[in-house]
Design a protein around this ligand. Sequence first.
Ligand SMILES: Cc1ncc(COP(=O)(O)O)c(C=O)c1O
Length: 457
Amino acid sequence: MESRSTPSISSATIERCAAEENARFAAERPQSTARLERAVATFPRGVPMSWMDDLYEHAPIWVSHGSGAYFWDVDGHEYLDMFVADMSAFCGHAPEPVVTAVSRRMAAGNQFLLPSDEAVPLGEHLAQRYRMPQWQFTLSASQANTEVIRIARKRTGREIVLVFDGKYHGHLEPTLVVLDDGEVVPEFLGLSRDVTGGTRMVPFNDVSAVERGLADREVALVLTEPAMTNAGFLLPEPAFHDALRRVTRATGTLLAIDETHSLVTSYAGLTTEWGLEPDFLTLGKAIAAGVPLGAYGMTHELAAEITPPDVFANVSGAMIGEVATGGTLFANALSVAAGLVAMTEVLTQDAFDRTAELGDRLGAGLRRIFNDAGLAWSVVQHGSHAAYFFTPEAPRNAAESRAADDPALRALFRVFLANRGVWESGWWLGPTVSVAHTAADVDRYLDAVEELTTVLT
Ligand SMILES: Cc1ncc(COP(=O)(O)O)c(C=O)c1O
C-alpha cells in the first residue's frame, strides 16, 4: 500500500524503517528508560509535565545539559536541536550573556513583588522595537493572551473571541476549541461546559469567513499569529492582513497579533516587517532565552483600561473595577533581567541577519534534497524558520495542512533523525535555526534528512 499522501513511498517501507529505528532508539537509551520506569511512581505518564510525553511518538528522553545549538541526554547522546523547544530555545542553550545576567540577578535577589531596575529598559526596548507604546509582563505567552482577551472584553463590552483553525495561543479556555465538521467543539477534556460559546473559528486566509464571523459585532477580539506556525508554517496571502484589519476596524473588533513563535523569523516581528497595525501584540518563549517571561504590548487607549477606576464597587468585601491581570511572580526580577539581556545582547539585528541567511540555506537545502529524491514535497521558509509538507503545493490553511500530513512518515522523520543525533521539530512546527547554529549545523541537519530520503526512495 502507498503512503497516504506520498504516493512514491509505500506504507510498508515506512513501517519497516520505523520498526528498525524505534527499536534502535529504545535500545540505545537505557538510562532514559530507567528514569521513566522510576518516574511513573511519582508522575502521571512518568513525566513532570504531560507534554514531555505527549509531543513525541517515541518515549521521552531525559536531558543532562545543553550548550549552543546542542543538548545531550543522560545516555550521553548529542543532539543538534532543530526544534529549539518549540521556539523557546531560539537564543541557543545557555547563552553566555543570559547565564551571567541571571546568575548576577539571582545573587542580588530575584523576587520582590516590586519593579526591579531592569524593567524600565526592557519596557523601553520592547516599545521601540515592536512599535507598541505600553507593556505588561507575565510568566508565559498563555497568560499574556489571557490578559489581552480580558482587556479586549472590558474595552468592547463584548464576550466572543475569533481565532483561526489550526491556531495555538496557549492553554487558555477561550482558545481551546477546534472545528469538527464546521462546528466549534472543545479541544480537550476538563474545560468549562460553555467553552465553545465564547469562541468562533474560521479558516486562515479566508476574508469572507472573517467578514461573516464579525458581521454581528459580537466579537471582542480577533487573536491571530501573523503567519500560522502551529499547523505547519502557513503564510498569509498578500491581501489577507489588510483585509483583516479593515474588517476588524469596520466592526469595532480589536486585533491581537501573537508573535510568540513568529518573533524568531524577524528582528522586530512579522508585525513590523509587514507593517501590520494590531491593537495588541503578544510575545513569549524566546524573549528571555526560555526563562519564563511573557509580554504584551498595547496602544495607549487599551492601556488606559488597566488603570484602576477612581471609585471601586465594593461587592461582598471585594473591590470590583479592575481588569483581571497580574500574578505574584509576573515581572519578577529574574525573568525581567533575563529578558533584557536576551533581547538586547542575544536577539540582536546581527543575530537575525545571520539566522535568516542560515534559514535560506535550510530552505534551499530541503528543496534540493526533495527534488533530487523525486519527492514532490513543498517547503515554506521565512527567516530562521522552515516547514516541509508532503504535497507539491504548500497549504493555505489548517484544513489543507492536515490533509497534506502523513503522521507515520512524520514520526519516522523524528526518530530516524534522533538516531543520527538530530532533534527534529514537532510535527506542527518545522525546523528552526537558532542564534547559536552555524552553516555546518544546517548542513548536518540536511545530511540526516538526505540519508532518510535515500532510504525511503
Ligand atoms: C503562537 C503561540 N502563542 C502562545 C503560545 C503559548 O506559549 P506558552 O506555552 O509559553 O504559554 C504558544 C505555544 O506554543 C504559541 O505557539
